[in-house]
Design a protein around this ligand. Structure first.
Ligand SMILES: Cc1cc2ncn([C@H]3O[C@H](COP(=O)(O)O)[C@@H](O)[C@H]3O)c2cc1C
Ligand SMILES: O=C(O)c1cccnc1
Length: 338
């Protein structure tokens, strides 16, 4: 199990990422070329099968067990009036996840994924990022480690989601700090905030970036100063998945923003990630573009929780079903192209 002893060991892990197994990738590519279909006719499903083969180190990879984890955290920046809903909804939704009543419960049941929920110190919101650091180094390290610890030993495909009222604000601040641009480029309506709320949100993001961006020079400090507990936990889980060569289906704007500081420190970081969808949150299109990821789905979701990732699981299952079960030209006695 991955555990980061200190910020330096987190940075060291990020600097030495494992790569996919080239022999398995090549074997999977060769198999795709022999299956009974015109070359390339399964489009992106072929890429997904080869991607899974490389990370799993197997010519015929499997998706199961598929594991979904929802991380929950609270945010001091909600004091700035940046969300349409009150912060107590975070803990109430954790109870709803545990009772099976949230969208992610329905969607993980529908796609055949195990679901667990990790609530991170909900009674201790992070610092208001417009005024202070979100977390101390100890708190940030703990959140990263709780994320890393959530990865199941047998997981073959990881889905990471979040719940945290106000968290589209730190997510936008991470984007503005790492990628530049104005706060307006990165803020969106989140849970459905009105025009006045949206302008308060832009002001909050601007203030947070002005206060912290000079010190937010590496992934750890950026997550610590501008992120949140569930944001750091997602980053920790996605890094632990990489270290275990487990591919990740990325969810929406917040999950994508969580890995942005890691990508800045290691430009190969997203190699084990598939963007499941492009959310309706305004900055997500631009963020995915900067991450170099092409989303599988455009469904207008703006929920988080890992819902978009769960909806993409059947696509991965379809990719592996065709890859593993189709007959080759030889097996089916079908004439290949000349
Ligand atoms: C009932 C409810 C369930 C949710 N599930 C996810 N979110 C989503 O909305 C929040 C982010 O939006 P903002 O930054 O505007 O607060 C996060 O908790 C996110 O997971 C929810 C929000 C609500 C209200
Ligand atoms: O894209 C997301 O993940 C998102 C968007 C709005 C609200 N909550 C989550």
């Amino acid at each position: 199990m991955t555990r980061f002893a200190d910020p330096a060991s987190f940075a060291a892990a990020l600097a030495a990422l494992p790569e996919p197994d080239e022999a398995s990738r090549t074997a999977a590519l060769n198999r795709q070329a022999r299956l009974t279909k015109p070359t390339g006719a399964l489009g992106r499903l072929e890429d997904i099968a080869v991607f899974m083969a490389g990370w799993q180190g197997s010519e015929r990879p499997e998706a199961d067990p598929v594991q979904a984890v929802v991380f929950a955290g609270n945010h001091g920046v909600t004091a700035q009036g940046v969300s349409a809903y009150p912060p107590e909804v975070t803990v109430q939704m954790v109870a709803n996840f545990e009772a099976g009543g949230a969208a992610i419960n329905a969607l993980t049941a529908a796609c055949g994924a195990r679901l667990s929920v990790v609530a991170l110190d909900l009674d201790r919101p992070t610092g208001d990022i417009t005024r202070e650091a979100a977390m101390s180094a100890e708190e940030c390290l703990d959140a990263l480690n709780q994320g890393a610890a959530a990865l199941g030993a047998d997981t073959r495909l990881l889905l990471v989601g979040e719940m945290g009222i106000g968290n589209t604000t730190p997510a936008a601040a991470l984007c503005a700090a790492v990628l530049g641009g104005s706060a307006q480029d990165w803020v969106g309506r989140g849970t459905g905030i009105d025009d006045l709320g949206l302008s308060r949100k832009a002001v909050a993001v601007e203030a947070a970036v002005a206060l912290h961006s000079g010190a937010a020079t590496d992934a750890f400090e950026t997550l610590r100063l501008l992120g949140g507990r569930e944001i750091a936990a997602m980053a920790g889980a996605i890094l632990a998945a990489r270290l275990a060569r487990v591919p990740v289906l990325l969810d929406g704007f917040i999950a994508s923003a969580a890995i942005l500081p890691l990508l800045r420190d290691n430009p190969r970081f997203t190699d084990h990630c598939i963007a499941a969808h492009c959310s309706a949150e305004a900055g997500h299109v631009l963020l995915l573009d900067k991450l170099g990821l092409e989303p599988l789905l455009h469904l207008g979701l703006r929920l988080g929780e890992g819902t978009g990732a769960a909806l993409a699981v059947p696509i991965v299952r379809g990719a592996l079903a065709t890859h593993n079960r189709m007959a080759t030209f030889d097996e089916a006695a079908v004439t290949d192209k000349a």
